[in-house]
Design a protein around this ligand. Sequence first.
Ligand code: AMP
Ligand code: MN
Ligand code: MN
Ligand code: MN
Length: 285
Amino acid sequence: MNTLTNADLHCHSVVSDGTLTPEVLAQRAKDNGVELWALTDHDELGGQERALQAARALGLPYLTGVEISVTFAQITVHIVGLGMDHHHPALLEGLRTTRGGREERARDMAAGLAQVGIQGAYEGALKYVGNPDLISRAHFARHLVESGVCSDVGEVFRKFLTEGKPGFVPHRWAGLGDAVRWITQSGGMAVIAHPGRYALNATGEYALFTEFKTHGGQGVEVMTGAHNQADFVKYAGYCQEFDLLASRGSDFHSPEESRCDLGSLPHLPGSVTPVWEMLQTRIHR
Ligand code: AMP
Ligand code: MN
Ligand code: MN
Ligand code: MN
C-alpha cells in the first residue's frame, strides 16, 4: 500500500446523513475499485459492524471510522477517526454526548423556518432520518428540496441553513482535545477533515493545526471531494510543515447529491506519507 492505493476513508450511510446503507456502500466501493475503505458516519458508530461484515464478505480491506463534530474557535470543524476499537466505552460515551442536543437543535431549526413561513419542517426532515439520534441539517435540506422550497440542497444551505439564515441554530459540539483523545485512546488515528471548507483565516488555521497536533492528532485530509486543485497542493504542503500524514476520502453521501463518488478522487501526491502506512495493523481483512 502506498500513495497510489485507491483508499476512500470518508463517507456516510443512513446511520447518519447518507442515503445508502452500509452494505450498498460497501458494494459501491468495491465496484468503483476502492482498495481500502472506511465508513465515517457523523458522531456515530452504529454502522461499523455492518460495514465491516459487508466489506469482509467482498474481500475489501476495511478501517473503522467516524467523523466527530467539534466546536473550535466558535466554528464547527470535523475530525475523522480511523482504526478505532468501535466498542471502546470512552469513545462510545463521548459520541453519545456529542449526539445529544441534535433533537432540540432540530426543533429550534424548525421554529426558525416556521417564522419565515415554512411549516412542518421538523416532521418533514424526520421522514429522511434513518437514525433518530442523528437528525442533521442534511435531512432538512432534503425535505425542503422535496417539498419544492428550493431546487437543490446547496440552495437550501445558502438560503436557510447557514450562519445568519432562518433555519440556522448555533450549537456547541465536542471539544477538539476531547474528540482527538476519544479517537486515540480507542486505538485510532485522528485526522482533520476537509480543512479547505472552514471559514478560518491563516491565523485560525495555524491555531487549529497546532492545537490538533498538541492533542495527539496525526493526519489531515489532502484529497477530499470538498477540495479543489489549489487545496490539494496547499494541504499536501501542510503535511510537510506540520509533520502530518495525508488522508484521502470522497465524503460521499448520496448518488443524487454528491459530486464526488466513492473511489473517484485523484491519488495522493508522492510527496506525502499516507495515513494507511501507519494503520496497517488496524485494517480488517
Ligand atoms: P449538521 O451536522 O447537522 O450540522 O449537518 C452537516 C452536514 O450537512 C454535512 O455533513 C453535510 O452533509 C451537509 N452540508 C453542510 N453544508 C452543505 C452544503 N453547502 N451543501 C450540501 N450539504 C451540506
Ligand atoms: Mn454529512
Ligand atoms: Mn464533514
Ligand atoms: Mn463527512
